[in-house]
Design a protein around this ligand. Sequence first.
Ligand SMILES: C[S@@+](CC[C@H](N)C(=O)[O-])C[C@H]1O[C@@H](n2cnc3c(N)ncnc32)[C@H](O)[C@@H]1O
Length: 267
Amino acid sequence: MTDLTALTQRHAQVWSNGPFEEVADTIADVHVALVEALRPQPGDRWLDLATGAGSVAELAAAAGATVTGIDLSPRLVEVARARARAGGYDIEYEVGDCQNLVGVADGAFDVASSCVGIIFAPDHGATARELARVTRPGGRIGVAAWTKEGGVGRMFEMMAPFSPPPPEGAGSPFGWGDEEHVTALLGDAFELRFERKVSTYHAQSGRACWELFASSYGPTKTLAESLDPERREALAEAWSTFFDTEYKAPGGIAHDREYLLVIGTRR
Ligand SMILES: C[S@@+](CC[C@H](N)C(=O)[O-])C[C@H]1O[C@@H](n2cnc3c(N)ncnc32)[C@H](O)[C@@H]1O
């Protein structure tokens, strides 16, 4: 097994660790921006990759698309299915890896989307090839990706001293927030346009933000659980100080999270 395959297997556990659905609501504006930019048409065959709890899939289905959602985390696929049943959405959900979409035929979809999802897969080239393979000629793709310089990039930078280094060859999620990198990945197969946007997360304090992320956001929860109590408290302290000083706002904190919206048309 290669290092990147092992890392992807670990990611399935990381994203299953905790109720990501509690955090998904904090990026509801990104879900809406992505779906609106893709201009859903009734009957579109739509694939939402790394769908998580299914927020984008539900918006696309509500707009009349025929939607399939794929995610690496078995737990999140179960959550998405339960939400679809409760909300009356007819969406097909499957567990799968965006770097290797087993069972998905070439050109099977009119639209492929991913909201801050496929960016976490370590093999960017394989993910890009799969996007090109499953989107029909003339079809659209949309990817929302956090930038390195924005609030989420800086949050991961703050966590880095507490984290084990990634294996050699693993692409950084924030590469997908860089226009040049994305053009190198997708420019041959897609005509691309880019838009930089900001989603702001408000909380009462850095500690309140820590409590949410340490209990519900897989990467932070898994990292915190891997540390001994002293080091874990040091991370909680670094986290709180980072938000309270860098993102202080009237009444609490306002975390400005810049993202790149990538929209493409399959050549
Ligand atoms: C930050 S969440 C975003 C979820 C959802 N797209 C949203 O916007 O609410 C990242 C998601 O990417 C999924 N993911 C990570 N690596 C993946 C991979 N290789 N293939 C498919 N999904 C993956 C995780 O399981 C998780 O659900």
